[in-house]
Design a protein around this ligand. Structure first.
Ligand code: CA
Length: 740
């Protein structure tokens, strides 16, 4: 027997012993009892997460494992028997807000988050609720502090506890056995509109969390806390602060050289609101960072600069949070092209050499492969249609197209839009096919800039968003439209299979809307994804062919998970339409948030299907003058568009105002200025909008309803709006002069 064989033997014996211990410990207690949950979640330690691949029965960390590839080596459900996959049970969560979460699964128990930071534990076999925890977020106060819905993406689990971040910026440790709070820390400043929607991650005994808020004057950072005590271990700032003060960490001195002006007064942005991943081998944390505040670099950092570390992947030491390296996907971002999107780790053979890589499809439309040891750029190519840059050069810098920075007084229709070619919806990487499955979006955004419209001006887009975004707020600016890009006002999506080594498309399935669910892939050669129309589909991972489909009633955005209980493989998907795009669009009726769990030959009964009926346009009309309607267009863009977007599209979770009921239109004052529908999430707008402006918005809404009822074509409608907004603006300026 060689020494090597002895070592293998010892390792194998240890593995058997550990498996036995695990089996004894978890089988001692009835599944779902407090003792059972304490024992099984209690076994999730650093080694358990590092070796998550050895435990395919469970799903113990956000992306399934530290690689976050969402690849599961279970094949009880396979291409031969997928037609027998059927509903095991459903559970109505009693909410109509968006659900984005990936459940954790530990020995047959599901743990997941829902709207407004409610956390649930369910028995995966029976669908029985075991406990629920409510973080008790102040809903009225929080509603205007968040950009993109009252959502949450998931939990972390470690040594008997669960961890969740809240919309009001707290990090909470919960006892997995009982659903009661162990401790909480406020991880965002008391002042400012910071929020947490991302899942915490466990790394080296610490719980690591970022936050969001780059649309609202935030300064991004990531914090690591001791998982047992909640004590802060380190904090890494993603952008430099006021350079007249000492920098919090030395690398920020170099980062500050890439900024101009007084960016710190608006925070700078760069918030890390989703992907924060960990390589245990190198003890390195990878942080995906967000866009700048203000979006437009000319306002944020006049005269230019790369503005580190906006729209970047930053690598830091897990022990002390010190800087290792960074790679910036969008230098000097000016389009809301965040790099917070999903980061997958893989080992790929590139030009004959095995490389430890990171893969990311950030909002900017390019798919990146980067060396995760050094941060060196390996390759990139566009995975959706892109017109802001013609490609990425050999040094990893984008080659920007003329006009892309929209500084010429025109309205540039740029692809991708600020929603990105891909957003937070998790991708999956199948280690057998070698393909990455990406939920992609196809849309242009209208970007505009007027030097006379400053940061503090009320002329910016959407008052509650602080005027920090750079969408076209003046319809009469000359448009620059790219005929090859998706037409303005249209949206669509696709599920894309991408070869990361060749940087090319392998297959693509078109989808009706630009927001569809996250992805799961298995060793049985399957890809699972649900879409905006409520179709949950299993596809052949090699060809994209649909092998199985199930109607989950409402549009889905969350990714499914798969796991094993008592020798049976299950698939669970949380369904609940919402999030940013879901605020404005829908392709299925809104159903209550529901847990769907499937297995082979399940015998569950599906919930009732609500038919999809579009609400009619209001029959009310306005006799307002074109000047007044034009003033209404401007007020709508300033105060309403952040939630209600353009009217006439049908609406999503947030209603389309042209389809308001008579009761709403007759109580306009009370709703807008007195908060009559605050309980539904419509904030009291009296601190922003005047009674006069509110009336003009109503004129604009009723004009639009009339135009659409008469079948006015979209180009004529847009042209009319632009003309009316122009004369409305002229009139307002004249009136302002008279007052002076
Ligand atoms: Ca953003």
């Amino acid at each position: 027997m060689t020494l090597h064989n002895v070592k293998v033997g010892i390792l194998y014996a240890t593995f058997l012993l550990l498996s036995l211990l695990y089996a004894c410990k978890s089988n001692d207690y009835p599944k779902g009892s407090a003792d059972h949950m304490a024992a099984t979640v209690g076994m999730i330690d650093d080694d358990a997460i590092v070796n998550a691949d050895d435990n395919q029965a469970d799903w113990i960390t956000y992306g399934g494992n530290y690689k976050e590839d969402r690849y599961v080596q279970l094949d009880h459900i396979n291409k031969d028997n997928i037609n027998q996959l059927s509903l095991a049970w459903t559970a109505n969560l009693g909410t109509k807000r968006g659900i984005q979460a990936t459940p954790l699964v530990v020995d047959g128990i599901l743990y997941f988050t829902g709207p407004w930071n409610i956390v649930w534990a369910y028995d995966a076999r029976s669908g029985k609720e075991l406990w629920r925890f409510d973080a008790e977020v102040d809903r009225v106060k929080t509603a205007t502090n968040i950009c993109c819905g009252t959502i949450n993406r998931g939990l972390a689990a470690y040594k008997g506890d669960l961890f969740t971040g809240t919309l009001d910026g707290r990090l909470i440790s919960i006892d997995a056995a009982t659903g009661t709070k162990n401790w909480e820390v406020k991880t965002t400043p008391e002042e400012g509109k910071y929020s947490i929607t991302g899942a915490p991650r466990i790394m080296d005994g610490k719980v690591v969390i970022g936050n969001g808020g780059s649309e609202f004057d935030a300064r991004g950072y990531v914090t690591a806390y001791d998982a047992k005590t909640g004590e802060q271990v380190w904090r890494f700032f993603t952008v430099p602060g006021d350079p007249s003060m000492p920098f919090e960490h030395p690398d920020l001195a170099d980062a500050a050289k890439t900024w101009n002006g007084e960016w710190w007064k608006q925070g700078g942005g760069g918030t890390a609101w989703d992907a924060i991943t960990y390589d245990p081998e190198q003890k390195t944390v990878f942080i995906g960072t967000g866009n700048g505040t203000h979006w437009n670099r000319e306002i944020r950092s006049p005269g230019g600069g790369d503005n580190l570390y906006l729209s970047s992947i930053v690598a830091v030491n897990v022990e002390d949070g010190s800087y290792k390296w960074h790679y910036q996907t969008t230098p000097g971002d000016t389009w809301d092209y965040t790099a917070t999107q999903h980061i997958i780790q893989a080992d790929l053979e590139i030009e004959g050499e095995m490389r430890k890589v990171l893969m990311q499809a950030p909002k900017n439309g390019f798919f990146y492969v980067i060396d995760r040891t050094t941060g060196e750029f390996i390759s990139a190519d566009n995975y959706v249609y892109v017109n802001w840059a013609s490609g990425i050069d050999k040094n990893g810098r984008p080659i920007e197209n003329p006009g892309a920075r929209y500084l010429d007084g025109q309205s540039h229709y740029i692809a991708p839009s600020s929603h990105g070619g891909h957003n937070w919806f998790p991708m999956a990487y199948n280690r057998q096919t070698g393909l990455v499955y990406i939920p992609t979006a196809h849309e242009v955004g209208a970007y505009g800039y007027s030097p006379d419209i400053g940061h503090d001006s009320r002329e910016g887009v959407s008052g509650p968003l602080g005027g920090n975004v750079s969408m076209n707020s003046k319809l009469y600016r000359p448009p620059v439209i790219d005929p090859q890009a998706p037409p303005p006002g249209t949206v669509s999506g696709s599920l894309l299979a991408w070869d990361p080594i060749k940087q090319e498309e392998v297959w693509r399935v078109p989808q009706r809307l630009h927001q569809n669910g996250g992805v799961l892939t298995t060793s049985a050669g399957l890809v699972f994804q649900a879409d905006a129309e409520g179709k949950f589909t299993a596809r052949d991972a090699s060809t994209g062919e649909a092998l199985w489909e199930y109607d989950v009633r409402g549009g889905a955005i969350a990714p499914p998970v798969t796991y094993e209980v008592d020798g049976e493989q299950y698939v669970t998907l949380l369904v609940g339409w919402g999030g940013i795009q879901g605020m404005w669009y829908k392709a299925a009726a809104l159903h209550p948030g529901t847990v769907y769990t499937f297995k082979l030959n399940g015998s569950g009964t599906p919930p009732e299907k609500i038919p999809f009926e579009e609400k009619p346009l209001t029959a009310m009309r306005t006799s307002a003058s074109p000047v007044d309607i034009g003033k209404g267009v401007t007020a709508f863009v300033q105060y309403c568009v952040g939630c209600h977007l353009t009217t006439g599209m049908g609406g999503g979770v947030v209603p389309d105002l042209t389809r308001s009921t008579d009761a709403v239109l007759n109580n306009w004052d009370q709703i807008v200025l007195e908060g009559a529908l605050e309980h539904n999430g419509m904030p009291n707008m009296s601190q922003w909008i005047t009674k006069e402006e509110m009336e003009r918005v109503k004129d604009f809404v009723l004009y639009t309803a009339g135009a659409f009822s008469e079948g006015m074509d979209p180009v004529t409608y847009q042209t009319n709006l632009a003309q009316m907004q122009y004369i409305g603006d002229q009139a307002r300026m004249e009136e302002a002069k008279k007052i002076e």
